[in-house]
Ligand binder design. Structure first.
Ligand code: AMP
Length: 686
């Protein structure tokens, strides 16, 4: 065992240092609290004190999407360690899935999550609820018997009955609501006899009515046109083999038709701008004006699909030209609608995007290609609400918005979304990470269902798949490169193993060695550290800007503009800047603190080496980061980077430590709570 390993407890948490925010806010399961199992979905806990669902990664969210509670009784029954046992149990039989109308999900969850917790304890099952547009998917995990028991109970709850609970050996219910009743059995029976007979719910009628009201809601919509594609002869002439080779050579593009049933022929890629837009001279003029040479791989393959009016999911690395991939066909879509623009009574295109910075960037891109005088508005929290409302009132064609502020305007009837026919969900994975799913759901409810929808995402986790399933229809998918985490291979990535207290010296040394044309984005883990580091640099007379969530919006915009325009060549930022920010000439990314997870690492590194340029990243890794060593090695190897020997040793030591812990962990009991038993994410591999 190495000399410093002893300082670490399970999961690589240093004993002498305060736990990270996430760990600190986690409280072990107790009769008062139930906690989620790590499924990759945002974790949630049932906070009985507050009487509401609290997502502890995203404290503002109180919607219980994707939550799974850990089942303590599994752990006990197997005499082992909570989380691991759940996973084992889960793998024994596939889950039972019930579809429940959204309006009835509350009956299963109960106030403060009381019912679902009791349900889990009584049945022994683990239950996960994914809300969709109209219905929620209730997934029941556990052995066959356990699933059956839980299913019966859930059906009882949905139909308005108290669940029966498992029967004890004497035939009496030994759990369930009646167990805790303060009324005697005879009193309960007497009340039951006096109560009017329960009228069964007519589910079929309810569903039919819903469909009827949906039809009424959308009956007076103007006609919609979606297919504008005229395939060029040169595109149609490519053989299947040629297309296969082209896709392989262009970032290993993979395409898929997600339609259920018989697959459609996937459109051939376009290799030139003319092949896509020869019939749209206004678009061609713009492209010639900006001087692009040829479409990027995602554009080549996305344009034919979108122009044909097919919903598209685009999975591509950052900086690959995703924005133009959906904007240019969107312009054509808007311009070619049968109903003239001045009669549409509202905007035609909506782009939902996670952050203000991205929204402003997309707006700038829209304005750069200003097509047919379309008016664009950027709606985001922190911006002047009144000015945004006034601009909407004055008439706009394209809305680029963050979900929170748009939902606010929508709820107050300040914007009409019925006129939207082209919807873009940009950086969907990031929007989910930020807890925007409830707002997205509400926004989309007001957009006509036969619209065209395009979704982009840098990754393809379960949440994004669920979003795609809920809001896109018969879609096609294009992804560039591998679906696993991949960093751009145009970035040279250097990893340095350092002590925490050496970090400042490293960053100052780096800055002093910068060439005049260099531009560096320095990532730190906390807002306070961004302030601290930037004021240290200022005190040394080094021009610097900083960007984090506690700064005023105008200051953030100014910081970004200064950095873009080169007035400062150093920007210190939190992960607010890790995704989507498009500053062409960033030469270096400096990871002062290692990010929360590997996805963030990939996004950070992708801020340099953009649009075909090369870049470099420097990442400081301390021994506190040892549990990510193995994953970082995989990422480095995948993009052909050097892997420092010390990082390999670090990964080995962590792995060894994990094995020892497994070996010497006490048998039986709860396995020492989170540290001993509950493991998820990257730890699972050890
Ligand atoms: P995005 O992935 O949308 O953030 O785009 C990254 C950058 O690539 C933006 O600045 C675009 O203007 C630029 N870009 C988009 N399409 C092309 C292209 N075909 N050739 C060169 N640069 C492009």
């Amino acid at each position: 065992m190495s000399d410093w390993e002893d300082e670490y407890e399970a999961d690589g948490v240093t004993l002498s240092k305060p736990l990270s925010v996430q760990v600190k806010s986690w409280r072990p399961p107790s009769p008062q609290r139930a906690r989620t199992r790590d499924t990759g979905a945002p974790r949630a806990e049932v906070d009985l004190d507050g009487g509401q669902w609290t997502n502890w990664r995203e404290p503002t969210s109180n919607v219980c999407d994707g939550e799974t509670r850990r089942n303590n009784s599994y752990g006990r029954s197997r005499g082992g360690r909570g989380g691991g046992c759940c996973d084992g149990e889960r793998s024994r039989s596939s889950p039972t899935i019930l579809n429940v109308d959204n309006s009835l999900v509350g009956r299963i969850i109960g106030r403060g999550g009381a019912k679902i917790r009791e349900l889990e304890e009584s049945s022994g099952a683990s239950i996960k609820i994914n809300r969709g547009v109209d219905e929620a998917e209730v997934m029941i995990f556990g052995s066959g018997d356990v699933q059956l028991k839980a299913k019966d109970m859930i059906e009882d709850l949905v139909q308005g009955r108290s669940f029966r609970g498992p029967m004890g050996s004497n035939g009496n219910s030994n759990t369930g609501y009646q167990r805790d009743s303060c009324w005697s059995a005879s009193a309960v029976q007497a009340v039951g006899a006096a109560a009017p007979a329960r009228v069964p719910i007519d589910w079929i009628a309810l569903r039919e009515n819903r469909d009827k009201y949906e039809a009424i809601k959308w009956q007076d919509l103007p006609p919609l046109k979606k297919d504008f594609y005229i395939e060029a002869e040169s595109v149609a002439a490519h053989s299947a083999e040629e297309v296969k080779i082209w896709r392989k050579e262009n970032n290993n593009i993979f395409v898929d038709d997600l339609v259920e049933g018989e697959k459609r022929t996937f459109p051939n890629p376009v290799c030139t701008f003319e092949e896509a837009f020869a019939h749209y001279p206004g678009i061609m003029e713009n492209i010639v004006r900006v001087g692009f040479q040829k479409p990027t791989p995602i554009q080549s393959q996305a344009w034919p699909v979108i122009l044909k009016g097919i919903d598209l999911i685009g999975i591509a690395q950052t900086g690959t030209g995703k924005t133009l991939a959906y904007l240019l066909p969107g312009f054509i879509h808007m311009d070619e609608q049968p109903l003239p623009r001045d009669q549409r009574n509202g905007p035609g295109m909506l782009v939902l995007t996670p952050t203000r910075e991205l929204a402003l960037q997309i707006e700038a891109e829209c304005n750069k290609y200003s097509y047919k005088g379309f008016k664009t508005i950027c709606i985001y929290g922190g911006g002047d609400r009144r000015a945004q409302i006034n601009k909407v009132r004055s008439g706009v064609d394209i809305v680029i918005a963050t979900p929170g502020r748009l939902n606010d305007l929508q709820m107050n009837d300040l914007i009409n979304l019925r006129s939207i026919t082209y919807l873009v969900l940009d950086e969907a994975d990031r929007m989910l990470d930020m807890g925007f799913e409830p707002q997205i759901m509400k926004i989309i409810l007001d957009i006509r269902p036969d619209r065209q929808t395009v979704m982009t995402s840098a990754t393809w986790p379960t949440g994004v798949r669920r979003l795609a399933k809920s809001y896109l229809k018969n879609s096609m998918m294009v992804y560039v490169g591998t679906l696993d985490l991949a960093t751009v291979n145009t970035v040279h990535q250097m990893v340095l193993i350092v002590q925490e207290e050496e970090k400042k010296a490293y960053v100052f040394d780096f800055i002093h060695r910068m060439e005049p044309q260099d531009k560096v984005l320095i990532f730190v883990g906390k807002k306070i550290k961004a302030d601290d580091l930037s004021s240290d640099l200022c005190l040394q007379g080094i021009p610097v800007q900083s960007m984090h969530g506690d700064r005023e919006q105008c200051d953030r915009e100014e910081a970004l503009q200064d950095f873009k325009d080169g007035r400062v060549r150093i920007l210190v930022a939190t992960d607010l800047a890790s995704r989507g920010l498009d500053v062409h000439d960033i030469t270096h990314v400096f990871n002062y603190d290692f990010p929360r997870n590997m996805e963030e690492y990939v996004h950070r590194v992708g801020r340099t080496g953009r649009a075909g340029r090369s870049g470099a990243s420097v990442t400081l890794v301390t021994r506190d980061d040892w549990k990510i060593a193995s994953e970082l090695i995989t990422i480095l190897e995948r993009s052909g980077q050097d892997v420092p020997e010390e990082l390999v040793l670090m990964a080995e030591r962590y792995e060894k430590r994990q094995r020892e812990k497994e070996m010497y962990a006490p048998k039986g009991g709860r396995g020492g709570g989170r540290r001993g038993g509950f493991r998820g994410g990257s730890d699972r591999r050890f």
